[in-house]
Ligand binder design. Sequence first.
Ligand code: CO
Ligand code: CO
Length: 378
Amino acid sequence: MVDLEGVDEPQEQRGAEWKQAVHTLPADRMTSIRLTSLSHAAGCGCKLGSEDLGKVLRHLPAVVDVNVLVDAATRDDAAVYQLSADRALVATVDFFTPIVDDPVAWGAITAANALSDVYAMGGRPLFALNLVGWPRGKVPFEVLGEVFRGAADVTARAGCLMLGGHSIDDPEPKFGLCVIGEVHPDRMFTNAAARPGDLLVLTKPLGTGILTTALKRDMVMESALDEAVRSMTALNDGAARAALAAGVRCATDITGFGLLGHLGNIIAASGVGARIDSARLPLLDGALELAAAGAVPGGTRRNLEAARVEWADDITEPERLLCVDAQTSGGLLLAVRPQRLALLLDALRVEGTAARAVIGEILPDAGVLRVVRGTAEQ
Ligand code: CO
Ligand code: CO
């Protein structure tokens, strides 16, 4: 059960939008089928690894079209196609296997996650189509109805219309959305716009991969996931509005490749480096302890192996795992000019984002990714 009053979290961190994100689960609606037991990996943790993807993506033909503003080359969050001087389409697709047992929450998390890529481009979602894989005859269609209900709650909150979709019979349940949105071409966020000296701000805590893996392995009860579920069902719309208001040009959302993986895409696309202060990372309650106890998603392990990072000696293994933990519906990572930081933090406070942590900065050294503890160890 989600009990907002029982959550030990500073009052100032609860904005209106944050409260809206709460999904309560009446006990009589809980299904006897454990959806996560049908899932081989949790949420964005089922993503193919960054290295594997690199081997495959090179087979795609290079795109040469003046209307294409963003394609796969910068590993951005969504494709952007310009229609006119002041309008561009944003298109993205995301789907995955059950990450929690409650079907309403799974639908809500999936929708918030799919919409997030539009927000990560500074866009506004217009409409969505769903993608469904369902074990016909094994899991009742009523459960799929609950998944839709959770997703529809979230798309309605986003002002995004659900216009159709496609479903197949599949031994493993899968659900997701293709989202079409729009963005002003001059105001969109890309991975390629970070500059040395920019400060890095993260808008949700890390650890959803570790917590949901702990659930799947029966190391915690679903009730221990309240904070994580609230975070994963919260839209990144407020974070995007705040970033637009503060004149941010570089953003991404943290999903399957973890904080350092998505930051790695930013530094590669921008030709810069970055330093993260591990002491400043916002973490979900219990995430460090569960990482130490071995609740580590396969995707997170792959991320750690793939990460080319200079770790300070005192960064522990569980802390390293959190830095690369495969997030589902994570927050926005924003690169902001130092003189605009106060403006951004104020706007994030007004929007009531789950976190607004200044976690590091962009460095001039191309390709360098450094994790330290405290600024004294630079
Ligand atoms: Co993304
Ligand atoms: Co995505």
